[in-house]
Write a protein that binds this ligand. Structure first.
Ligand code: BG6
Length: 484
């Protein structure tokens, strides 16, 4: 395969919270993969910064362990790992005090991109931003990267945005939603805007409804304390599912340019209608056999937090009037499967006497696993005996279609970190987008909290709560089966 990896500019990347879970699971292994693929220039440096009393050596050892654990074995090459580790160093830092800042300043070089990854609790964002300026470490060309959760409601998101805005312009702030870094999620834009085939049909005149599913098999054990304060609506819908919805529903941007794309997404979020209780189902997985249920995993026996949510969403604009979007996501479901299914309407008139075999055209975009596309089309059932119809899939697995090229696809974090260095904000959320998403989410959550609603129980390994079926049945529709 011809390598299309284009090296990025020289950089100093400081990871605050560099000994935490995200750094070990995603950031350090991701950086290693980009180094291995030749994208990271020789002169790049990664500086870990955290409270712990580590040395350069012990931080390198931590990174080596993270690579051993989270990079596929076939891609672990001791010599390359050794070269990568040489780029790493460590500074003990007091995020809200003064310790370590002069040492960090001394590590930074002039003439390279300076990026600061805030892989820490949002409560520390303000302290970090302030000290980076106070100590003359960040300048007007520096970039900061922040993670979700970006607030837990509109008010807290606004507060975070204004804390960051005191020291950084919007063009310097990279808010990560890792779904936007997924290859298949970006492919949604390629499919929609690089083919003439779909766009003329991409509207309520031809589309009956859209289903967006992000099903997971994992429970919340190990992160129950965080999750119980969040729930599926805050953890998945306000961000990841919202982004998927935007990419499907938005108007074509005039260019694949950060603000052009984000302007169009913002318009979709602003066009979302309020969702009433009749259009929401919340679920919580139960205890099964000897296995703990949500209440055990969350550590809160009285919890009313949802580990599953399904909702019917309307986008109030010309394009989508009358075409509902059904969203569902949950933990401990039957399979890990994320997909977007676009169900088209029936032809205006059937010329066939026997239309019994007729089914709707459905375009399914599989996001994970086995990324690909599947278009369900009608053909003639083979053989004599008249014209009978049957449905067949035009199925394309990206792995099969792309062969070797699919193997070296960077994962979401790898790509997004390199985009920060390149200064490309297209795949990052703008402050107003995040706020608009909370402005839509807040009243929905407030309504069920005020009513004191309890989520409906569902069996681990099932498709979710029974009531979720009704959400579609009452509209004469059905969820697609959740299959891995
Ligand atoms: C995270 C959520 O943002 O996304 C998790 O906090 C969820 O609860 C995860 O499991 C899903 O990401 P992915 O990439 O595994 O689909």
């Amino acid at each position: 395969m011809v390598s299309r990896v284009i090296p990025v500019d020289a950089f100093d990347l400081v990871i605050f919270g560099s000994t935490g879970d995200l750094a070990r699971r995603k950031i350090l292994p991701g950086l290693f993969r980009r180094f291995q693929s030749g994208q990271m220039p020789d002169s790049a440096r990664v500086i870990g910064a955290a409270r712990g009393d580590l040395t350069d050596e012990s931080f390198r050892a931590l990174a080596a362990t993270a690579i051993a654990e989270f990079v596929p074995k076939a891609r672990q090459d001791d010599a390359v790992i050794g070269q990568f580790l040489e780029k790493l160093s460590y500074v003990t830092i007091d995020a809200s005090g003064e310790g370590g800042w002069p040492a960090l300043k001394a590590r930074m070089r002039d003439g390279v991109v300076r990026a600061f990854y805030f892989s820490v609790a949002p409560a520390l964002f303000g302290d970090l931003a302030e000290r980076l300026h106070l100590h003359g470490i960040a300048d007007s060309a520096s970039r900061i990267v922040v993670e979700k959760p970006f607030g837990r409601d509109l008010q807290s998101a606004r507060a975070l945005n204004s804390v960051l805005a005191k020291h950084f312009t919007e063009a310097q702030i990279y808010r990560i939603d890792h779904y936007l870094g997924k290859e298949t999620v970006q492919n949604l834009m390629a499919v929609r805007f690089a083919n003439i085939l779909f766009e003329p049909l991409w509207k309520s005149e031809y589309i009956d409804h859209v289903q967006i599913t992000v099903a997971e098999t994992v429970g919340v054990q190990g992160r129950g304390a965080y999750y119980d304060k969040s729930g599926a609506m805050r953890d998945m819908v306000q961000n990841h599912m919202m982004q998927l919805l935007c990419l499907i529903a938005m108007e074509p941007p005039y260019h694949f340019d950060p603000n052009a794309v984000r302007d169009e997404k913002l318009k979709v979020i602003r066009a979302l209608q309020p969702v009433g209780p009749q259009d929401i189902v919340r679920g919580q997985y139960l205890k099964a056999g000897g296995e703990g249920g949500y209440l055990d995993h969350s550590g809160n026996p009285a919890s009313r937090t949802e580990s599953y949510i399904a909702l019917k969403v309307q986008v109030a604009n010309w394009r989508w009037q009358g075409t509902p979007f059904y969203l569902r996501t949950g933990k401990r479901l039957r399979a890990r499967a994320s997909e977007i299914a676009i169900t088209f309407k029936e032809p205006p008139h059937s010329i066939f006497d026997d239309a019994q075999g007729w089914r709707e055209n459905v375009l399914v975009i599989r996001l994970q696993p086995d990324e690909g596309m599947n278009l369900m089309v009608m053909i003639k059932e083979p053989g004599p005996g008249g014209m009978r119809l049957m449905q067949v899939p035009l199925d394309m697995s990206f792995a099969e279609a792309l062969g070797d090229e699919a193997e070296d696809v960077p994962d979401a974090y790898e790509r997004l970190i390199m985009d920060v260095i390149r200064g490309n904000q297209t795949l990052f959320m703008r402050g107003d987008e995040v706020e608009a998403a909370w402005a839509w989410t807040d009243p929905i959550i407030a309504a069920w909290e005020n009513r004191g609603d309890r989520p409906q129980g569902y069996d681990p390994g099932s498709s979710g709560p029974e009531d979720a079926l009704m959400l579609m049945h009452k509209d004469g529709r059905r969820w697609r089966e959740i299959k891995g």
